[in-house]
Ligand binder design. Structure first.
Ligand code: DGL
Length: 273
């Protein structure tokens, strides 16, 4: 409920697809008073296999649309777009632009004792070296082991969070990766893609099988939410509106998005960038 004279903060959240709803869900749980306008660029997903300049252009277009409303901050929920577009976005807009890589790196450094930190993400995120750079700034002696796991995005967009095909994909990606003696020292794994938190239970199981122990999983949705709490503590109370937009296939977005977030509570719409 808005109190007279006090405007509830409004944020925009942007991702390449439904995965960014993990950020909306985490932000809404912690800050129910926040108004959230989300855009999933479903027409152009995946971003992770595209060049940095294309991803930057897409992110600028999406933000131009979201910033038409009156917003107090933008969350670039997409790790790939965070790796490619933050400097351009920050140069262009007056409001805070939060990416997911620095918060994820901070959580990883807090969680890791051994200093061996794994990162999984899209091809573009891994190729950018953005996590290694962000982690090195916080803990120069940390060793980052990064692995591209792009197929997981399609499996999340399919809603296959706990499916034999997803288990096989995780084993195929992570089995050989973790069998490297140096990589096997990791005690923390950053889920460097907003689509991945939905795989946490299955991922923990596959990691336990491969390593014979549990390791910490860092989720960018949780990490960036902490920053939002610091920016907008007043939104811990109240009831904000949630608007969810997609650039294509709204029915599909609502159906699969419903596995990430109770979309029936939100206003839904299709936009053309
Ligand atoms: N959700 C995006 C990310 O966090 C990746 C999905 C894609 O490839 O578009 O990196």
């Amino acid at each position: 409920m808005e109190t007279t004279g006090q405007r509830q903060p409004r944020i925009a959240v942007f991702d390449s697809g439904v995965g960014g709803l993990t950020v909306v869900a985490a932000a809404h749980a912690a800050l129910p008073g926040l108004h959230v306008r989300f855009l999933g660029d479903t027409a152009r997903l995946p971003y992770g296999s595209k060049s940095a300049s294309t991803v930057e252009r897409y992110a600028l277009q999406a933000t131009a649309h979201l910033a038409r409303g009156d917003i107090d901050a933008l969350v670039v929920a997409c790790n790939t777009a965070s790796a490619c577009a933050l400097p351009a976005l920050r140069a262009m807009y007056p409001f805070p632009v939060l990416g997911v890589i620095d918060p994820g790196a901070q959580q990883a450094v807090l969680a890791s004792v051994s200093g061996h930190i794994g990162v999984i993400g899209t091809e573009r995120t891994v190729a950018s070296g953005a996590y290694a750079e962000a982690i090195a700034k916080l803990r120069p002696d940390a060793v980052v082991h990064a692995k591209a796991t792009p197929l997981l995005v399609s499996l999340a967009e399919e809603g296959w969070f706990d499916h034999p095909a997803t288990e096989a994909a995780l084993q195929t990606y992570l089995g050989p990766f973790l069998s490297d003696p140096d990589v096997s020292k990791i005690d923390t794994l950053v889920l460097g893609c907003t689509h991945y938190p939905v795989f946490k239970p299955l991922l923990s199981q596959v990691l336990r099988q491969a390593l014979g122990r549990d390791i910490a999983l860092v989720d960018s949705a949780q990490a960036v939410t902490q920053q939002l709490i610091d920016l907008f503590p007043q939104a811990q109370q109240g009831q904000g509106q949630i608007e969810l937009y997609a650039t294509d296939s709204l029915d599909r977005f609502a159906r699969v998005g419903g596995l990430f977030f109770p979309v029936y509570r939100a206003q839904l719409g299709l936009v053309d960038l």
